[in-house]
Design a protein around this ligand. Structure first.
Ligand code: HEC
Ligand code: HEC
Length: 272
């Protein structure tokens, strides 16, 4: 099943591939599937797991593919697992999406993640596998020297990870993802908000009078990343303007998760 959005992006991708590669567009779709996308990046810019792929997996795959979701089993928040499954990941994200592989396209059609994953991110995954699926080095922690810098670094993180669920506007999705925009829950308790991003959260909660009961995965994010993302959120969308610094995050990692609801199960450290 394809929505019109899907259909259009598939078509434009195919047409572009036809034009650049010079393949007859009447050739079978299977032949197209065997052809590298025309926009494959030069090797020097080949995507790496730690810099390019892990953020995509955190934001666009990990709600369904994580260690808590035992029924899905697969969890690519560490390099070894992602590398081992790279071919099937690529087929599901690229070939199935183009209709040339028979298994279900990923992320599952019409999930919030399927709308959030961009064509460029699909191509990044393709290129990562084509370039040898290298691990790369972890990007340096986004150590901000001022609140303004923290907000800017946080904006990028929010866009690549948090926005997949909470939406670029911070409005969330009714009954599924609580809003961060003008969230009474967020603004009432900074410590609780930090602990939620450190540990993940699962269970019932009420934000701006609306009930939610879903699960946010625990992400393998460092202290600086969490501080930056939350500072961006607190200084956007009509929120309270608070700053979160990495020392607070570091300390709260040693404290029990909040709230009562079972927190995320610890993930393997992807940087190991
Ligand atoms: C909304 C939930 C959801 C999201 C989001 C999601 N998946 Fe899946 N995925 C599933 C389910 C359910 C299955 C099992 C059904 C199947 O195999 O088609 C699955 C299966 C897979 C498989 C096949 C595993 C195997 O070896 O059989 C791959 C690979 C995969 N997903 C990759 C991804 C990637 C990469 C992303 C993110 C870009 C993603 N998925 C996002 C739910 C999801
Ligand atoms: C995969 C989807 C998903 C992603 C990505 C995600 N969240 Fe969440 N978030 C949720 C869900 C679902 C809840 C509610 C969990 C519950 O029901 O217990 C939530 C709750 C929250 C809450 C508390 C409730 C509120 O609305 O104030 C905060 C704060 C929060 N998330 C911040 C973030 C930040 C910051 C990021 C990025 C680092 C992020 N989230 C990424 C799904 C997600």
């Amino acid at each position: 099943m394809h929505t019109s959005i899907f259909h259009n992006s598939k078509r434009s991708r195919l047409i572009r591939a036809c034009l650049v590669v010079g393949l007859g567009c009447l050739s079978s779709t299977w032949a197209l599937a065997q052809t590298a996308p025309a926009t494959t990046e030069p090797a020097s810019q080949a995507p790496t797991y730690l810099r390019d792929i892990l953020p995509i997996i955190m934001g666009k795959c990990s709600r369904c593919h994580n260690e808590e979701q035992a029924r899905f089993v697969y969890n690519w928040l560490d390099y070894q697992s992602a590398f081992a499954d790279r071919w099937e990941i690529r087929r599901r994200v690229w070939d199935s999406w183009k209709g040339t592989y028979f298994k279900e396209a990923m992320p599952i059609a019409n999930s919030p993640e399927s709308f959030a994953l961009t064509d460029e991110e699909r191509l990044t995954i393709w290129n990562w596998v084509a370039g040898g699926a290298v691990r790369g080095v972890a990007p340096p922690p986004g150590a901000a020297k001022s609140k303004a810098e923290r907000i800017e670094l946080g904006r990028r993180l929010f866009t690549s990870i948090c926005a997949a669920c909470h939406q670029p506007t911070g409005q969330g999705l009714p009954n599924v993802f609580p809003p961060l925009a003008g969230s009474d829950f967020l603004n009432a308790d900074k410590t609780r908000a930090i602990k939620i991003v450190i540990n993940g959260r699962q269970g019932e909660l009420i934000v701006n009078g609306r009930k939610f009961n879903n699960s946010m995965p625990k992400f393998p994010l460092g202290d600086d990343d969490i501080a930056n993302a939350l500072t961006f959120v607190y200084n956007s969308f009509g929120n309270a303007g608070l700053e979160v610094n990495p020392e607070e995050v570091k300390f709260l990692r040693t404290q029990p998760p909040d709230p009562e609801g079972p927190a995320g199960i610890p993930q393997k450290n992807p940087y190991e």
